[in-house]
Design a protein around this ligand. Structure first.
Ligand SMILES: Cc1cc2nc3c(=O)[nH]c(=O)nc-3n(C[C@H](O)[C@H](O)[C@H](O)COP(=O)(O)OP(=O)(O)OC[C@H]3O[C@@H](n4cnc5c(N)ncnc54)[C@H](O)[C@@H]3O)c2cc1C
Length: 376
């Protein structure tokens, strides 16, 4: 077993770090947060400099870490513009790949994923948006809630119901995924304001009012949408775990910086011990979270995904990010509460919510473990 990073990972990490140091200024991070403004100019620069290399998932993973380490709001904004593209990569036709996916991976277009609805996001099978086949197209009616890139994406992968479920227990059947263009008549995106964190990201409610979608925009087979989305989550959760590693590492960086500069503080002895303990605890948790995340990534990138380890990585890295940001706020006291750490703490919370809440991840882990035990 080799724990050393490969050379191309090291190089990608270094490039992302240098990029973030240069362009993620405190002024930009603060204004994007305050004004809830998506940093499109920054995204354009990152595209030009090819900060994300979609040909190598390990490079993407460490780049996400480094960008979120510097600033979560800006880091996530820069790395979320291809959100959902794996659905097209894995299940899309050649037409969908050529017509939609390639332009996103080349940095020419932005996409999003519409799964969550107002009635609750955790139960994906409860989707009520309908897609009715009429001749050579489908007609979509319904809505999605909390959709990242909602107002800025050129198109979305959307989960909708194409046939009634055979029984209440089998609601996951009869769902399908489509590519829906935001320019289609009947499509509306309403920006959501006042989020706790990641306010630099663009989040919207989507409304489909008789939106016509050509039949060639059906992804894969009709009725398989639920399975496609679950497969996608097993990929995207690893990247959320990478966001968590980055945020936690960024909080640790700031704690170390504070420790270095804290020699003049009153009650130096007591405070120092507290700082040392906090640094040790956060650093240990990051190490554990990184090991689980890289193990989950290793399974996935070798085409042998392990959903239990993936959910462990997502749940634990998210918790580590929130823990680290909170510790950093606490030990830096007034300095932390009035500094960018306040923003980092708010930003960290989303990791325990999107792509499956921590409760949902724990249910997956436990259910799959107990099921496997029973089946042997
Ligand atoms: C900023 C932001 C961006 C987002 N971006 C996207 C996006 O791009 N695309 C998209 O589709 N969605 C997106 N989401 C939605 C996100 O994935 C959902 O918020 C998440 O899945 C949880 O769904 P919910 O908020 O409806 O909560 P609910 O599902 O209503 O859950 C509420 C609470 O109940 C708990 N709970 C639910 N079910 C169970 C259970 N069976 N057992 C125990 N506890 C349970 C949950 O853990 C949670 O604490 C985004 C959300 C936010 C806030």
């Amino acid at each position: 077993m080799d724990f050393d990073e490969m050379d191309d990972m090291k190089e990608a990490r270094e490039r992302a770090r240098t990029f973030a140091e240069k362009y993620f200024t405190e002024e930009l991070a603060e204004s994007a947060d305050r004004d809830e403004k998506f940093p499109m100019d920054l995204v354009e620069i990152s595209r030009k400099e090819k900060i994300l290399d979609f040909s190598n998932p390990w490079k993407i993973l460490v780049s996400i870490e480094e960008l979120c380490r510097r600033d979560p709001g800006l880091g996530i904004s820069v790395t979320i513009t291809a959100f959902g593209s794996e659905n097209l990569m894995l299940f899309g036709s050649d037409y969908l790949k050529e017509h939609y996916m390639n332009s996103v991976l080349e940095g020419k277009k932005t996409m999003g994923l519409g799964v969550t609805e107002a009635g609750g996001g955790s139960d994906v099978s409860s989707v009520r948006t309908e897609a009715k086949k009429e001749g050579d197209h489908y007609v979509l009616n319904g809505g999605k809630m909390f959709i990242s890139n909602g107002q800025i994406a050129d198109f979305f992968v959307v989960l909708a119901r194409t046939s009634p479920p055979p029984s209440p227990e089998k609601r996951h059947r009869g769902l399908s995924t489509f590519v829906v263009e935001s320019s289609a008549p009947g499509f509306t995106a309403n920006k959501l304001h006042g989020k706790l964190g990641v306010r630099a990201t663009n989040t919207a409610e989507l409304i489909f009012d008789n939106v016509k979608v050509p039949e060639q925009n059906l992804i894969g087979e009709e009725g398989k949408g639920f399975y496609y989305i679950m497969t996608f989550f097993n990929i995207s959760r690893i990247y959320v775990a990478a966001q968590g590693l980055g945020i936690a590492q960024g909080a640790l960086d700031r704690m170390m910086e504070f420790a270095k500069n804290s020699t003049n503080l009153a009650n130096e002895g007591d405070l120092k011990e507290e700082i040392h303990f906090a640094i040790a605890e956060v650093a240990t948790r990051i190490e554990a979270a990184r090991n689980i995340t890289y193990k989950a990534a290793s399974y996935l990138f070798n085409f042998n995904p392990n959903p239990v380890v993936t959910s462990m990585a997502k749940y634990y890295a998210a918790e580590t990010a929130v823990f680290a940001a909170k510790k950093a706020l606490e030990i830096t006291g007034l300095t932390g509460i009035t500094s960018k750490l306040e923003r980092v703490y708010r930003d960290s919370k989303i990791l325990e919510i999107w792509e499956g809440t921590s409760e949902v991840e724990k249910l997956i882990i436990s259910r799959m473990m107990t099921k496997n035990q029973g089946g042997n």
